[in-house]
Design a protein around this ligand. Structure first.
Ligand SMILES: [Zn+2]
Length: 269
């Protein structure tokens, strides 16, 4: 009899009753929310079964980057050898950071979702993006002490009102428990947009454009940092951020991003 159990051990039961009530209220709230605003695909708004998800059609248009991967650049490799592999591009021109990982190529549904977040204030996509980053970056997360988002320039931050990389870092933090230093890196100067620039021009454009502010240095020195960004294009921004972190005595720098350019020319030109 439940009442006997209640009398024999009143404290756990007293906790059980509100928790059961809370559970029921939560289910009712979810049911009501689903009734009022049924879950839809984050990319095309088709009705689907669950929230923070994509319909099968949009999912199939995400070109997820799965192993075998180049351990340094995170790009897909044609075959697996069973060992840690480095692409010819990474061997020829090793990046400043230790390892990069990205969820998918910057095209199709991923490109649309990133545009929605950055330019259309679609913040409902961030939970799915956070989960994707935590999955694709799991090896790097296991080795990291702190998350640092790639910063926006002050003027871009004012016009956009938020830094998408900081939002993504906070999502990853919520899922992993890793601390975020949202001010761990700042821009030292405005940089013209990277769009349309070659790899070398991009490197020159962002050279010395980042710094660890003096008050953040104790939080970075000796730490294994995981940079968070939305897109790795040529890697020039990631490289400039990495150099700034090493100047502040970071022990290691890895980067995880939502997307990477599929075009292999990005690392050969
Ligand atoms: Zn869809």
């Amino acid at each position: 009899m439940p009442q006997q159990a209640d009398n024999s051990n009143p404290e756990p039961v007293s906790r059980l009753v509100p928790s059961r009530t809370t559970e029921l209220l939560r289910s009712a709230a979810t049911w009501l929310t689903d009734l009022l605003t049924p879950p839809v695909c984050l990319a095309c708004s088709e009705p689907i079964q669950s929230r923070d998800a994509l319909c099968p059609g949009c999912w199939s248009e995400v070109d997820f980057i799965r192993p075998p991967l180049c351990d340094k650049l995170g790009i897909r490799l044609p075959y697996a050898t069973g060992d840690t592999m480095i692409s010819a591009a990474a061997a020829a021109r090793p990046p400043a950071y230790s390892r990069a990982r990205a969820v998918a190529h910057y095209e199709g549904t991923m490109r649309k979702l990133i545009h929605d977040l950055k330019f259309h204030d679609r913040h409902d996509v961030r939970r799915l993006m956070g989960a994707w980053l935590a999955t694709s970056g799991c090896e790097l997360i296991a080795d990291a002490d702190v998350l640092v988002p790639v910063p926006l320039s002050r003027t871009r931050l004012l016009s956009r009102r938020f830094n998408q990389s900081a939002i993504l870092a906070l999502e990853v933090s919520g899922l992993t428990g890793l601390k975020v230093r949202t001010q761990g890196l700042t821009r030292t100067r405005r940089t013209p947009t990277q769009v349309g620039l070659t790899r070398d021009q991009r490197r020159e454009n962002v050279r010395g454009a980042f710094q660890v502010p003096p008050k953040e240095r104790p939080q970075i020195a000796g730490k294994r940092v995981l940079l968070i960004d939305d897109i790795i294009t040529t890697g020039a921004t990631a490289e400039a951020c990495t150099k700034a972190l090493y100047s502040a005595d970071a022990a290691n720098v890895d980067i995880v991003a939502l997307a990477i350019l599929a075009d292999p020319m990005r690392i050969t030109t």
